[in-house]
Design a protein around this ligand. Structure first.
Ligand code: URA
Length: 434
């Protein structure tokens, strides 16, 4: 067997065997398959697809490409969460401390930005000192000590996904069902939880642009979960406009801190409550979804969730004075308003475009090795369905270059679609696949 034959087979729309998939995953992980060969195969998969058997095989090969974490010391209902990605998606930062505040262990490996979407790890690194790069023993000890640890893909867990994820980001191969399903489920299988809640985002700012594809992705991941003995629930959430009000690393962390202190945007709250109540249920801490939502609201109000976030940040070396005083976060040099020039109602804010603009300001990567600018991004003052008048501020651009700022302002003016007619407020939760 050799990699050229495997690439040619997928290029010619043929099915790959389990052995061929394993050969590729192992070879890419140990460096025998080069980046350009992997890029060619991934592009062929992107264009010609994979059937369910191939998708399951690549998932299991990727999960087996490194160590498998054993979290059984935390009980038999260890629950994990993952999102298929979005724009302004700061849900993990808010939700996971809430879950840990109930005494439910949270051991979560998160990703960096991918394509036009942001990543929890890039966001967490906005907090000076926070270490996303810890050894397995330390990761487990963190969970033992404070009930929660959020880390990057630094452990030797699903290393094939780490490589493929970074590669896909730079060859425009992000929005593809077999590649997303295998990426997410390989990490979740290797990371040791036995119950999984997935936030499957849907709309312009998601990899799945419509409900039909989001359901297909959900069913694929649920099926892989079943084969791996992991109960999986998928919550389909709206990502047609950015979630919450901020897009960009520091800006999203600030929004998350405010949310944990009790000031949470309604769309973010709906997603946090839905995902959280299923996590509580799967963890065996409450059967009733509506009651679980109430419990979550209580733990925000009584400060337990925010205190848990503080414990998490402190335990991983982060400077908690930034949480107490969010004005300490580095600010961009230019903060420029985008002014509305029509009366009416906001009909659409294409989330993908907002993600791309934020990336162009410096919040995302073009090459794998690029550094990101933590301080740049966009803060939305008006969201879909809001009434607007001429002269209102639609959003603010946070930039470190005047030229990039004015380009972003011009683009955002076009992205905000204003209708004369009233617009209904979009529903944050689209469907649940369980
Ligand atoms: N999140 C992942 O971990 N992988 C993807 O491919 C997309 C979102």
């Amino acid at each position: 067997m050799n990699i050229l034959e495997i690439i040619a087979k997928k290029r010619d729309k043929k099915e790959l065997t389990k052995e061929e998939i394993e050969y590729f995953v192992k070879g890419y992980t140990n460096g025998e398959v080069t980046d350009y060969q992997a890029a060619a195969l991934v592009m062929a998969i992107y264009i010609n697809g994979m059937n369910d058997e191939e998708t399951t095989n690549i998932t299991l090969s990727m999960a087996n490409s490194g160590e498998m974490l054993d979290l059984s010391i935390f009980g038999k209902n260890v629950v994990d969460k993952h999102s298929t990605g979005g724009v302004g998606d700061k849900v993990s930062l808010i939700l996971l401390p809430i879950i840990a505040s109930f005494g439910i262990p949270v051991a979560k490996m998160s990703g960096r930005g991918l394509g036009f979407t942001g990543g929890t790890i890039d966001k967490l690194e906005s907090i000076p000192g926070y270490n996303t790069n810890v050894e397995i023993e330390q990761f487990i000890n963190n969970v033992k000590n404070v009930g929660i640890s959020l880390i990057g893909q630094t452990l030797n867990l699903a290393p094939a996904d780490k490589l493929l994820y970074a590669l896909r980001d730079t060859i425009s191969c992000t929005d593809n069902i077999p590649l997303i399903a295998s990426s997410i489920m390989s990490k979740k299988i290797a990371a040791g939880a036995n119950k999984i809640v997935l936030d499957v985002t849907c709309g312009s700012g998601a990899f799945m642009q419509n409900k039909e594809d989001a359901i297909k992705l959900s069913e694929t991941m649920k099926e892989i979960g079943k084969l791996a003995g992991k109960e999986t629930v998928c919550i389909l959430t709206n990502m047609d406009e950015p979630l919450g009000v901020s897009v960009g690393n520091n800006l999203e962390v600030i929004e998350a801190i405010k949310a944990l202190k009790g000031d949470m945007e309604e769309d973010v709250k709906a997603v946090v409550l839905e995902l959280g109540s299923y996590m509580i249920k799967l963890a065996g801490f409450g059967e009733n979804i509506e009651e679980n939502k109430q419990k979550i609201l209580e733990n925000i109000q009584n400060g337990k969730a925010y205190n848990k976030f503080k414990e998490l940040i402190k335990n991983q070396g982060g400077d908690i004075s930034y949480l107490e005083n969010v004005n300490k976060f580095e600010k961009a040099k230019f903060i420029i308003p985008v002014i509305c020039d029509k009366d009416g109602y906001v009909e659409k804010i294409n989330a993908r475009e907002v993600g791309i603009i934020s990336g162009n300001l410096g919040a995302g990567r073009v090459r794998k090795e690029d550094n990101i600018d933590q301080s740049v991004g966009i803060v939305l003052c008006k969201k879909v369905s809001n009434e607007v008048k001429i002269g209102d501020v639609l959003c603010y651009v946070h930039a470190n270059s005047e030229k990039l700022a004015s380009e972003a302002v011009a683009k955002l003016k076009d992205i905000y679609i204003i209708s004369k007619e009233k617009v209904e407020e979009p529903k944050a939760i689209i469907d649940i696949v369980k």
